[in-house]
Design a protein around this ligand. Sequence first.
Ligand code: SF4
Length: 469
Amino acid sequence: MQEATMSFKARAKEALADPTLKIAIDRTTGTAERKRAVAMTQFPQFEAARERGKRIKDHVIANLDHYLLEFERNAIASGAKVHWARTAEEASQIVVRLCKEAGAKRVTRVKSMLGEEIGLPHALDEAGIERVETDLAEHIVQLGGDRPSHIVWPSMHRTREQVSEMFKRLHRAPHQEETIEAMVDSARRELRDKFLTADVAISGANFLVADTGATCTVTNEGNAELTTTPPRVHIVTAGIEKLVPSTEHALLLLRLLVRSATGADVTQYTTFHCGPKQTGDRDGPEEFHIVLVDNGRTRMLREGMKEMLRCIRCGACMNHCVVFRQLGGHVYGGTYPGPMGAVLTPVFDGLESSRDLPHACTMNGKCQEVCPVAIPLPTLLRGWRDRSWREGLEPATVRFGLGIHTFVASRPRLYRLGTAIAIRVMRLFSRGGLVKGMPGLGAWTAYREFPAPAKRTFMEMYKDQEKGQ
Ligand code: SF4
């Protein structure tokens, strides 16, 4: 069955049954978690920086109209052309039109989640324009014909052994040795001439700097610089929430972003693009376009989700999410996976089709704890759950079950009787400290451990204590 037509639960079941996927997820998220932990010990100002980052983003979001116009004014003054897109379709149509006007046969692209969000890869393919993904992980995704599964490591769903096999099958001059360096060389050989012969470069932006009109892009491979320099035209697509007042603010947020994403102090490459090539410049594009995309962001402001606009796309929330680490990113179905995706996908795709996502959360709060701009992800997820309930989107079985629970839980005697019976029944199915094979609990115990009830309940121990025993 096609992934897109499967339900969240069916996709989750498939992912859980794939042991290679689990190895791939563990390798990436485990490394990310460890590196971030080390980075935090070396960055004692993290909490203060986080508070400041949060304040910067909140200030920009509260004054979005002002900063958008300031950015537009300064970008135009630097020679850029600014385009506004209300929806994903509008944004991808603008980019495709600009590519066609430039007579583009081949475009090179720098990894950008916004590009995925607006369906740009598909729109370019439909328009018959050859698309070359230049980020190594996106190159792997393109070769595999699949979608990114993580916002920082798009190909984390593949092990290096799988990637090696794919390179050998699909590269023109593949590697011979089974080393990472040899594989990277293979990708370099495959991509190098394409970098140099592209007609248009398309990138995203990590920040839009209002007081200079510059766009800021960070990479660890240098592919953004190599992508955006040779072609005659450079197009940047960016969500309107990427604004910051000044370069100084961008650099502060960058410190938070990099440590949270990869655990490094700085990214290998940080580039500010400001307008097209000027007289006397040795290289750079002759045309520089910036497409500013709303696609639901102003609606998030109106609908009480403005905290989510703080997101700087670091991926830390998914690296620390117990659900994501079991399932990987594809299961979430939308562009953005993990906790932030579970908040964003209902905004982009509608709550009805993504109702399961806000429920794919244990509410352990780890995502909020590691988020470098302190987004209250569990609260936002709970907001979607409430709305799903109010709009009658929960299945009849859930409504019936919760109705019974409400009835019983609001009658203490009945509740105590019910739990006493449930505990006794569970003890009948307890083996080795775990409940196993109990009818009605199969969906829970198929993939998780359900601890056997304690010998004495909390209420029994509390009563003893009250009696002084
Ligand atoms: S929600 Fe927070 S932790 Fe998750 S990607 Fe965005 S900034 Fe990073």
